[in-house]
Design a protein around this ligand. Structure first.
Ligand code: PMP
Ligand code: GLN
Length: 379
């Protein structure tokens, strides 16, 4: 058939994980933990399977899970979304992002995102007939220039996609950034899709700046999260989005014919986990900060320069003292000759990104982090 996405191959995550396996390398590329999720969560899954909770869940998600998300959101952000009309359970954040983009973007609409941007946004916009306008942010701070952003807005701008804590740069927005965004779009008919899958992995001083804290902006926003990140279960493929009823109605029309509903016993187990063990996500910043610091310290005597990581389970390292190769070539060389797999940053950018930066995932056991650091110190 004629390809609808001719420029696309498989994702960088699929490619690098395959290379890690081929070269028997330590895989710090694709973001997933090399340790298991909570025993309680696994146990509750088996309980619900044994109890026969094995038929279709409601299309929008199991009420127990939607209620638990509403309660958690109220506790965290001082705003309780309506569990029935505003919360939809999806197959990972990836599906939530896809249905949000498909529901909001029509042919010819413009969508603004900030590069480096996570890889699933642009193809969904393209399939919807939208046009991406990608604003390149610069290292090391990757800060938005709001005048530059305002200048990109046109009468066709329909959606702005934001992501904090940010993959791949590990930077975070502050509440002031959310305010700036709101002020620029307030008078226009522009929606926001806020990718907050790392909402619980934020080390920033004032915590995570969710759009759900912003009384006006949240009325125009789809906020996306993922239990894969929060409960160390990326393979369970459960995420969700929070959006006002008028937007949720539209994205649910797509969700109901894309996946219809998400695995019933998994949703029930996640609801139990959220209700019974809030300390799990409350302790997540501390849990991941220790891993971040361990890898950072392990690299202290290397020739790599570690950039600060304020959130996510990634950190960036600058390898300019080690090699002149571009980042993609360097990652190929690194996995083959040093036995460590990493992710190049340029693949998340539309325009050339000539910086010597790669992303390392620290959602790993201490032994894995130490072994990777030892190899990287030999560079
Ligand atoms: N957005 C970002 C920024 C991510 O890092 C990821 C996963 N790594 C996703 C979305 C997709 O999440 P999920 O695995 O729940 O589909
Ligand atoms: N989001 C993960 C990452 O950034 C990858 C997820 C995937 O492979 N789809 O590494």
């Amino acid at each position: 058939p004629q390809s609808k996405l001719p420029a696309l191959g498989t994702t960088i995550f699929t490619q690098m994980s395959a290379l890690a396996q081929k070269h028997n390398a330590i895989n710090l590329s694709q973001g997933f933990p090399d340790f298991d999720g909570p025993e309680y969560l696994k146990h509750q899954l088996s309980v619900h399977v044994a109890a026969g909770a094995n038929q279709y869940a409601p299309m929008t998600g199991t009420p127990a899970l939607r209620n638990a998300i509403a309660a958690k959101t109220a506790l965290l952000y001082g705003y309780q979304p309506d569990a029935d009309s505003d919360i939809t359970i999806t197959s990972g954040a990836t599906e939530a992002l896809y249905v949000a983009i498909t529901a909001l973007v029509s042919a010819g609409d413009e969508v603004i995102s900030f590069d480096p941007s996570y890889d699933c946004y642009a193809p969904a916009v393209q399939l919807a007939g939208g046009v991406m306008k990608r604003i390149q942010l610069q290292p090391p701070a990757f800060k938005v220039d709001w005048a530059q952003f305002a200048a990109q807005i046109s009468d066709r701008t329909k959606v702005v996609i934001i992501n904090t804590p940010h993959n791949p740069t590990a930077t975070t927005w502050r509440a002031e950034d959310i305010d700036q965004l709101w002020q620029i779009i307030a008078e226009r008919n522009i929606f926001v899709i806020s990718d907050e899958v790392y909402e619980h992995i934020c080390f920033a001083e004032n915590g995570h700046a969710s759009v759900l804290r912003h009384p006006q902006l949240r009325q125009r926003a789809v906020t996306v999260s993922s239990f894969g990140k929060t409960f160390h279960m990326t393979g369970w493929r459960v995420g969700y989005c929070v959006a006002p009823a008028a937007i949720s109605v539209e994205l649910r029309k797509i969700h109901q014919f894309l996946t219809f509903a998400i695995t019933t016993p998994v949703q029930l187990a996640l609801a139990d986990m959220l209700r019974e063990h809030p300390e799990h996500w409350q302790e997540l910043p501390e849990f991941y900060q220790a891993k971040r610091d361990r890898l950072t310290q392990g690299l202290a005597n290397s020739r790599l320069k570690v950039l600060p990581s304020a959130g996510t389970y990634f950190l960036l390292v600058d390898y300019s003292d080690v090699s002149d190769l571009d980042d993609v070539a360097f990652c190929h060389w690194l996995v083959e000759h040093v036995g460590v797999a990493a992710i190049p940053l340029s693949v998340f950018c539309a325009e050339p990104f000539p910086h010597k930066l790669i992303r390392l995932c620290f959602a790993k056991r201490e032994a894995t982090l130490d072994a990777a650091a030892e190899r990287l110190c030999q560079l």
